[in-house]
Structure formats: C-alpha cells, structure tokens
Design a protein. Structure first.
Ligand code: ATP
Length: 328
C-alpha cells in the first residue's frame, strides 16, 4: 500500500441517507487500522470551503452505526460549483495537510468530485449514499434497503386503514427518475398497481385495472406512485381523475415524503456501509482515484466516477411481470 498518503478527509454531501454514519465510521476506523490520520469535513463541500474540519480517531465514531442521517451534516453548496469556491476548498485541504478524500453522496456529489480532482491533484473515492438506488456501478446504494423497509412498513399501516374503510389509496413514494423504490415496495406490500417513471401504464389501463379489482371482490386497493411517474398526472390529479371515472371508490392520497430518508439503517445497509468504507480507504492507499466503490454480484468493486454518474441503473423488468401476476 502507498505510504504517500498520511491524512484522509471524509464528508457527506447532497441528500442524506441511512447508512451514511456507518460509512463514516468505517472510513475513520479503516484509517486508524492502517495508521493513517482521518479528518471529518462538516457540511460537505461548503464545509470544505469554510475549513469546517475535525480530527477523528477510532473512538470519535462510537455509537453511530445505528443512527440515521449524517453526524457530519450535509449541505448543497453553490459556491463549490464556481472555480473560486473550489480554489478556497483546495487551499483549506492543503493547509490542513489532507492528501485524499472520501466523498459520500449521490451523482451531484460525484460530479463535483470529478471536476475537483481534475483541477487539483487530489485523489478522491466516492461511496454511493442515496436512497434512490439510481447510480451505475452498484446493485445497491447506501440507504436504499432501509428506505424499502420504511416504505413497506408505512404502506402496511395505510393498508390497515384502507381495508377498514373500503378505500382506494394512492401512495406517493420517492423516485423522480427511477422506479426502484416504487416497484419493490409495491410488490413487497402487495399493491394493485405500481406507477413508475420507466413505464407509462396509461390512464385507461389504470381505470380498467381498478375496475377489474372491484369486480374480483376487492374492497380496498393500494396504488403506488413514484414521484416521477410519467402517466401525466400528479398523485392528487390522479385521485380526482379516478373519483370522476370510478365514483364507487372512496379515494385517498398519502405522500410519504421525507420520512423515507430517515431512520436507523437496516443490517444490510450497515454491512454494506462497512464494506464500502474499508474498500474506499484501501483503494486510496492503493493509489486509486476517481472511482466509486460499489457492490456487484456480492463483490466490492470500483467504477470510474464518470461512468457512475451517467444514466441510471435499470429496473428489473421481470418485477413488472411479477407485479401484474400478483394483482390478478
Ligand atoms: P442526491 O442524489 O441525494 O440529490 P447528490 O449528491 O446528487 O445527492 P446534489 O445536491 O446534486 O446532491 O450535489 C451535492 C453537491 O455537489 C452540490 O451542492 C454541489 O456543491 C456539488 N456539485 C454538484 N454538481 C456540481 C458541479 N457540476 N460542479 C461542482 N460541484 C457540484
């Protein structure tokens, strides 16, 4: 392993996700294991610009593996998008003798990392932390599994009230560009229909399906709608549309919102975060830069950041068929 690196900085940026703390812990402890210093950078790129740094040791990260959010806090920094902002950030890193960075965040964070490491000679490795699971080069992003479980739990609770009152619920879940959360939680919680950005079910098909459900004896129904579904109506407009065309349904809407980002990470996310943190630090010590760590076929691997930020992971189309069969 390379001996040139003596101090590694770690930060979280963009939207928070469960498992970020477990990843911070893993980075700090892997540094300690290899006798390297570790510095936490608070509030992402903005903290880098303002020099908001804190020396860490193995004990600084005790009792955080189970906590949601990020102890380092996160921020969206417009200043980092300017060359002047990045110059300030670089000067602060140099003043504090930070030789390399681990960036935990989503595609925006990685885009910033790529630009920064091209402008300045500083090795950077990314850890994908986002609940949307929308980054190439990893089957799972940090926080996605926790979000799935949080959403399924919420849908189960809504179903209790839906079935007590013979109601039809449209439940909006996160996923502006990809339908992973909607598709998986829809199947996991037994939804009648799932509307995702990748597929346009069409309003006629939706009405037909709901009518069929009613005829088959179902008295309550759940439809999962991803934020970015492309049926052409938002969740409230959908409610009005169905009310108008299928007046026998008592239709309600529930938007799950930010609760999907919070909560204690699942065991899966904690293990994933630990593996990713170890891989990120050891990759830097091996002289790598400009990569994202990921999990493919249950093995830790590296993907160039520029590939990771291009496009999204595809949904598994077989799941659409499974969902159709399940709502017979
Ligand atoms: P999420 O997927 O949750 O939105 P993200 O990492 O994509 O997370 P963003 O807000 O898009 O979140 O990006 C985080 C930060 O990365 C931005 O606030 C900005 O400081 C930096 N960043 C994003 N794009 C660029 C860019 N083109 N140049 C420089 N910095 C950037």
């Amino acid at each position: 392993m390379s001996t040139n690196i003596t101090k590694i900085g770690v930060f979280t940026s963009g939207g928070d996700s469960p498992g970020m703390n477990a990843a911070i812990r893993a980075v700090v402890r892997t540094c300690a294991y290899h006798n390297k210093q570790c510095v936490a950078i608070h509030r992402g790129y903005q903290g880098m610009i303002e020099g908001d740094f804190e020396e860490m040791n193995a004990r600084s990260v005790k009792a955080i593996i189970n906590r949601g959010g990020t102890i380092l806090r996160s921020a969206r920094s417009l200043e980092f998008k300017t060359p002047e902002g990045r110059a300030k950030a670089y000067n602060n890193l140099k003043e504090n003798e930070i030789d390399a960075l681990v960036a935990i965040g989503g595609d925006g964070t990685f885009t910033g990392a790529m630009i920064f490491s091209e402008e300045y000679d500083i090795p950077i490795i990314g850890i994908p932390g986002t609940i949307d699971n929308d980054i190439k080069g990893t089957t799972y992003t940090l926080g996605y599994d926790t979000a799935l479980n949080t959403v399924v739990d919420a849908i189960d609770k809504i179903r209790d009230t839906a079935s007590s009152h013979d109601r039809l619920f449209f439940i909006e879940v996160m996923g502006r560009d990809v339908g992973h959360i909607a598709l998986n939680t829809g199947i996991g919680a037994g939804a009648e229909e799932i509307l995702i950005p990748e597929e346009n079910l069409g309003l006629d098909r939706l009405l037909e399906s709901l009518e069929k459900s009613r005829r088959s004896g179902k008295t309550s129904s759940i439809v999962i709608v991803a934020e970015g579904d492309n049926i052409g109506k938002n969740v409230f407009e959908l409610k009005d549309y169905v009310n108008e065309h299928l007046p026998f349904y008592d239709v309600r809407v529930s938007v799950l919102g930010h609760m999907q980002r919070g909560g204690s990470p699942t065991c899966f996310d904690r293990v994933l975060a630990s593996r990713m943190g170890v891989k990120a630090v050891e990759s830097i010590l091996d002289g790598k830069s400009g990569f994202m760590v990921g999990l493919l076929q249950d093995k830790m691997c590296l993907t160039p950041l520029e590939q990771a930020v291009k496009g999204h992971t595809e949904i598994d189309r077989e799941l659409l068929r499974v969902s159709d069969i399940m709502s017979v």
